[in-house]
Ligand binder design. Structure first.
Ligand SMILES: [Zn+2]
Ligand SMILES: [Zn+2]
Ligand SMILES: [Zn+2]
Length: 316
């Protein structure tokens, strides 16, 4: 019998695998060495399984002999360290290294105390500032509170529109409203009043000269100048300019056209969009920020939009 009753002294995946006395071949040694591992022995459930020690983090892991020889080896210990570091960077904590048994999902405890299951890649992005690791539960509670101040009850998300929620007014009317507009009370019930979304709106282009990073913002608003100077949280010493404003017959139309324009821009040249990590908190928005070389294309898109919606209203 080639095996002993000995067991490996450290747990691997929660178990102490049996260790076999079996010859390690030179090509197994070489392959493991090239990939950053030392071979600690042959270990359960059969002789084809090898126990490797990671030179980077010290964690023992198990792989089949042909995997050692032929495949890339990702060390669970190193992966876990990266996940833990990402969590720490945003004040969170890694709870479970394999949530729901899915290899890309992890369970995390956010700094508010709520536990969430998220993709590793998303938390790593959050640690770099490329997306938000905010807590959905806390966020929805906040949205509900903001809405209450204006007499609206938050009902829930709108499936096809990120950034929008379904709200119910005290009169019973249900409307989909952008969270940003609700925050500013920039919303009127379509039944109780004529309705903010029915009032004229504008698609705008802003130039924002962040230090060393001049950018363009494309968006829509009922009051573009107010949006630029008061809602985007831009430092007062940053030069900004409203480059263009075109009137839209309603907020609904403005939103549809603006969303379509962003889609076209991202399809035509994904490099036009400036990632959130580049401008961070300097502009209080998650997107819609472009490099100046996108400007002529954006102007052309606005020309087309203006042609589709001839109107003679002006900004109020
Ligand atoms: Zn490792
Ligand atoms: Zn929370
Ligand atoms: Zn109402």
């Amino acid at each position: 019998m080639p095996f002993t009753s000995a067991h490996y002294p450290f747990q691997i995946d929660g178990e102490y695998p049996p260790v076999f006395l079996g010859r390690i071949t030179p090509d197994e040694y070489d392959a493991a060495d090239r990939k950053g591992f030392v071979i600690l022995g042959r270990g359960g459930p059969d002789l084809q399984m090898i126990i490797l020690g990671c030179r980077a983090c010290g964690q023992p892991i198990q792989r089949r002999s042909n995997v050692v020889k032929k495949c890339k080896i990702d060390c669970e210990g190193c992966i876990r360290k990266k996940d833990e570091a990402a969590a720490v960077a945003i004040g969170a904590e890694l709870v479970s290294p394999k949530a729901a048994g899915h290899r890309h999902l992890r369970e995390w405890r956010l700094k508010c105390g709520h536990t969430v299951i998220r993709q590793r890649v998303n938390m790593h992005k959050a640690a770099r500032g490329d997306n938000n690791a905010g807590c959905e539960t806390c966020r929805e509670e906040r949205y509900a509170k903001e809405a209450q101040r204006y007499g609206w009850t938050l009902l829930g998300p709108v499936s096809d529109k990120a950034g929008y929620r379904r709200y119910q007014h005290t009169c019973g009317t249900v409307q989909d409203v952008s969270v940003g507009n609700m925050l500013w009370g920039d919303i009127a019930c379509q039944k109780c009043t004529k309705g903010a979304s029915g009032r004229p709106s504008f698609i705008y282009i802003f130039r924002i000269d962040l230090p060393g990073l001049p950018v363009i913002k494309l968006g829509y608003s009922r009051k573009p100048h107010k949006r630029l100077r008061h809602q985007l949280g831009i430092d007062l010493d940053v030069n900004t300019e409203v480059l263009r404003v075109i009137p839209m017959p309603s907020g609904f139309v403005a939103r549809e056209e603006e969303t379509a324009a962003h889609k076209i821009l991202s399809l035509e040249n994904p490099n036009w969009a400036v990632p959130k990590s580049d401008y961070g908190d300097a502009i209080n928005t998650m997107g819609e920020i472009y490099r100046p070389d996108a400007l002529s294309r954006i102007h052309a898109l606005l020309n087309e939009i203006a042609d589709r919606h001839p109107t003679d209203s002006s900004e109020t």
